[in-house]
Write a protein that binds this ligand. Structure first.
Ligand code: AP5
Length: 194
C-alpha cells in the first residue's frame, strides 16, 4: 500500500492535483473538506456543527475530523493506497493518522507540500468563489483560512520532515507542470496505471 499526504495552504492546488494523481496511480482520494461539505449539505448533526467553523475559516475540532477519516479508511480495504488531501491539519491529526495506519499495518510514505505565494492563493480562491458556491470562498474568510493554515497547519510539516518524508514542491507553475513534478516523486514508490 502507498499512502500520500498532499499538503499545502488553501488554494495551493491540493484538490486539483489529487484528481490527476487518482487517475494516474489509482489511489483512493480522501478529502476532509469534501467529506465535511457533504455532511453540511445533508444537514447532519456533524455537518451543522462543522459549518459553524468552516464559515468562519476556522479548523473543525480534531475529534470530529479524525472520527470521519477512520470510517473512510475502513470502507476501502482493497485500496492500492490513499491520497490524503487537507488532512492532517494539526499535529494531533497527524499522530492520530499514524496510529490508524499502523493499526492497519501500513503508514504514510510521502508528504508533498505545495508551495504558492499568498497573493496567488488569494487571487485563485477569489476567482473560484465567483462560481464555486462555497460559502468560505470570499476574501474575508479566505484571509482567515490562510492565517489559520500558517498558525496551526504549517507546523505539521516539521512532524513529517523529522520522519524524512517531506518534499517541497513549487506549486505556482501551470497545473500540468506541477503534476509532472509531483509524479517524479510518486514514481519512486509507485508505477502509474494510466
Ligand atoms: P478544504 O476543503 O480542505 O479547503 P482548503 O484547504 O481551504 O483548500 P481548497 O479546496 O480551497 O484549495 P486546494 O488546495 O484544494 O486548491 P484547489 O485545487 O481547489 O477545507 C475547507 C474547510 O473545511 C477548512 O477551512 C476547515 O474549516 C474544514 N476542514 C477541512 N479539513 C479539515 C481538517 N483536516 N481539520 C479541520 N478542519 C478541516 O485550487 C484552488 C483554485 O486554484 C481552483 O480554482 C483551481 O482551478 C486553481 N488552481 C489550482 N492549481 C492551479 C495552478 N497551478 N495555477 C493556477 N490555478 C490553479
Amino acid at each position: 500500500m502507498f499512502n500520500l499526504v498532499l499538503f499545502g495552504p488553501p488554494g495551493s492546488g491540493k484538490g486539483t492535483q489529487s484528481e490527476n494523481i487518482v487517475t494516474t496511480y489509482n489511489l483512493q482520494h480522501i478529502s476532509t473538506g469534501d467529506l465535511l461539505r457533504d455532511e453540511v449539505s445533508r444537514h447532519t448533526p456533524l455537518g451543522t456543527e462543522a459549518k459553524k467553523y468552516m464559515d468562519q475559516g476556522m479548523l473543525v475540532p480534531d475529534e470530529v475530523v479524525i472520527g470521519m477519516i477512520s470510517g473512510k479508511i475502513d470502507d476501502m480495504p482493497e485500496a492500492r493506497g490513499f491520497i490524503f488531501d487537507g488532512f492532517p491539519r494539526t499535529r494531533n491529526q497527524a499522530e492520530a493518522l499514524d496510529k490508524l495506519l499502523e493499526f492497519k499495518n501500513t503508514r504514510i510514505n510521502l508528504v508533498l507540500s505545495l508551495e504558492v505565494p499568498e497573493t496567488d492563493l488569494i487571487k485563485r480562491l477569489v476567482t473560484r468563489g465567483e462560481t464555486s458556491g462555497r460559502s468560505d470562498d470570499n476574501e474575508e474568510v479566505i484571509t482567515r483560512r490562510i492565517k489559520e493554515y500558517y498558525l496551526k497547519t504549517q507546523p505539521v510539516a516539521s512532524y513529517y520532515d523529522n520522519q524524512g518524508k517531506l518534499e517541497h514542491i513549487a506549486g505556482d507553475h501551470p497545473i500540468p507542470e506541477t503534476f509532472k513534478t509531483l509524479s517524479k516523486h510518486i514514481n519512486k514508490y509507485l508505477l502509474p496505471v494510466a
